[in-house]
Structures are given as structure tokens and as C-alpha cells.
Design a protein around this ligand. Structure first.
Ligand code: C2E
Ligand code: MG
Ligand code: MG
Ligand code: MG
Length: 280
């Protein structure tokens, strides 16, 4: 029945709208169903310190396996969820699920120092995230510094004053904040000064040519120095090779994350990975 209706819809819209509009409408229906059934799953990717090489944190990344289409990457559905006002619901599911997981790891004395959660700009602008985070703190009762929120500069472009208020509030609640994808987009150095952040995540695009592009090396080294002078720690993301790791250690980057260590894994797999990697 759904299939037939789906076909009808296709025929109806194809005369009037472009294919991409139809696809967006279709995707937003799919997202609604996925939210209602809560079928999203969180995967976790290790963040490792460069000095002793120990695990310091995990980044939580949303995964969606649709029963018809299979894996649908976040880059495909998050922009549509944002556009159609569905991101608020997704974000709540994500945060609740990660807090529950962290609570379970803490209870088993198995928790890394922190777990990162990506925040989309929408929640920061609308500020509905604050009362929700108060509820989460109350519900799960663990030290807030276990959670680090990752934000991007795009949030600031939308409504600087509101976003700054929200971030200061999040910080006052005891959570940590990092600036994700630094070096892409507008990358205002001023954000490093005004945002209440603890860490900066260097975008993975820097690493693509890190070994044979001297200009790129100068930029990366200068950004790391600048961050350190501002008392910010630096995470390099997208580290895939041993020589990238060696270079990043050499120039004093604090933490690294990437396929070199592990791709994002579900909670059971990541617990197993941690046990095998660090407690053999
Ligand atoms: P991001 O926060 O910058 O996350 C890093 C992305 O790089 C992830 O892609 C991760 O799987 C990928 N990655 C990690 N290591 C490597 C590597 O060594 N090489 C390469 N080429 N890629 C690597 P993913 O999971 O597809 O997520 C894409 C983006 O979607 C994220 O970028 C983030 O902006 C957003 N996102 C993912 N999960 C969530 C979520 O739960 N909430 C929100 N609001 N956004 C999310
Ligand atoms: Mg991130
Ligand atoms: Mg990133
Ligand atoms: Mg990104």
C-alpha cells in the first residue's frame, strides 16, 4: 500500500517539481518514520592522545539503516532534517541515547574521559536545547565533563548573540565544547577568542595534502601554535596513515582521530575494540 501511494506521489510531483524536491519530500517522510520508530543507532570513534597514545574520548556519530535503502549517511539526511524542522527530534534521541550509553560505561567503570556529541546549529539558535540538557543531567546523574559538544562555525553565522548565549549556558552547566571542522567555511580566528570552547578539531581536509604541501604544513603548524597560546587543545580528524600520525606528533598536536585507529563502531564493538587495544 505504501509503495502504491509512493508511486502516485512520484507521478504527481514529477510534473510540477524537480527531482530533487521530490526526493527531499520523500526523505523527510522517511525521516519522520525513522524518528517515530527510533531506529537511529549511535556509533563511536576513538580519539587518541598523541603523547602516551592512550584513548581519551569517543565521538558519537549517528547511523541510520533504512529497511529498503540500507545505510543512509548523515550527510544525506541531516541537511534535509534541518530544513524540515526535524533535527530537534533527532538531536533529542541522539543525546538521550549517548547519555544512557555513557552512564552504562561509567557504571561498568569502562568510560573514556569524554564522549563527543555533534550539535546542529538549529538547536543552538533556538535555545530549546538548554532545558533539555538540564533534564538529561538530572536523569543520568554523571559528571557533565564526560560530555563534549561539537559545534561548527556555521552556527555563528546564523545568529551570533543567541548562539553565544546558548554556548555559555552549556559551558556553565559543566559540559565541554569543541569547535568542529576548523579550517573549512569561514574560519574566523575571532571565534577562537569569543567562543567558550576547550578544543579545536582541525578539519580532515588539511590532512589530505599534509605530507607534500609546505604551505599547508605552515598553516597547520601555525593553527596548532595559536590554539596552544589560547589554551585550546587540538584534535586532528581524518588521520588515516602512520606518517600523518608521526607528523602530527612531531608538530605537537594533542589528539588524533581517524581510520588509522578505527572507523566508528557500534557500542558493543567499541567496548570490544577498547578492551583488545588497551587491555590485552
Ligand atoms: P564530523 O562531526 O566532522 O564527523 C567526522 C566524519 O568523518 C564522520 O563522518 C566520520 O565517520 C568521518 N571520518 C572519521 N575518520 C575518518 C578518516 O580517517 N577518513 C575519512 N575520510 N573520514 C573519517 P559521518 O559519520 O559520515 O558524519 C558526517 C557528518 O555528519 C559529521 O561530521 C557531522 O557533522 C554530522 N553528524 C554525524 N552524526 C551526527 C549527529 O549525531 N548529530 C549531528 N547534529 N550531526 C551529526
Ligand atoms: Mg564532529
Ligand atoms: Mg569534523
Ligand atoms: Mg564535518
Amino acid at each position: 500500500c505504501a509503495k502504491i501511494r509512493g508511486k502516485d506521489r512520484h507521478q504527481f510531483y514529477s510534473d510540477h517539481m524537480s527531482k530533487s524536491v521530490y526526493e527531499e519530500i520523500d526523505m523527510s517522510h522517511k525521516i519522520r518514520t525513522a524518528i517515530n520508530a527510533n531506529i537511529f543507532e549511535m556509533h563511536y570513534q576513538p580519539i587518541v592522545s598523541t603523547k602516551p597514545g592512550t584513548l581519551v574520548g569517543l565521538e558519537a556519530l549517528i547511523r541510520w539503516k533504512d529497511h529498503e535503502e540500507g545505510y543512509i549517511p548523515p550527510a544525506r539526511f541531516i541537511p534535509i532534517a534541518e530544513k524540515t524542522g526535524q533535527m530537534k527530534s533527532i538531536e533529542k534521541l541522539v543525546i538521550d541515547s549517548v547519555f544512557l550509553q555513557v552512564k552504562q560505561w561509567i557504571d561498568k567503570k569502562d568510560a573514556p574521559l569524554f564522549v563527543s556529541i555533534n550539535l546542529s546549529p538549529e538547536g543552538l539558535v533556538q535555545q530549546h536545547i538548554i532545558p533539555f540538557l538540564e533534564d538529561m543531567k538530572e536523569k543520568y546523574q554523571f559528571p557533565p565533563e564526560k560530555i563534549q559538544f561539537e559545534i561548527t562555525e556555521t552556527a555563528m553565522i546564523r545568529n551570533e548573540i543567541y548562539v553565544l548565549q546558548t554556548l555559555n549556558c552549556i559551558k556553565q552547566m559543566g559540559f565541554r565544547i569543541s569547535l568542529d571542522d576548523f579550517g573549512t567555511g569561514y574560519s574566523s580566528i575571532n571565534y577562537l577568542r569569543v567562543l567558550p570552547i576547550d578544543k579545536v578539531k582541525l578539519d580532515k581536509s588539511f590532512l589530505l595534502s599534509i605530507e607534500n604541501d609546505p604551505k599547508n604544513q605552515e598553516i597547520v603548524e601555525t593553527v596548532i601554535d595559536l590554539c596552544h597560546k589560547l589554551k585550546l587543545e587540538v584534535i586532528a580528524e581524518g588521520v588515516e596513515t602512520e606518517s600523518q600520525r608521526a607528523y602530527l606528533i612531531d608538530i605537537g598536536c594533542d589528539y588524533i582521530q581517524g581510520y588509522l585507529f578505527s572507523k566508528p563502531l557500534n557500542s558493543e564493538e567499541i567496548s570490544k575494540w577498547i578492551a583488545e587495544t588497551y587491555f590485552k
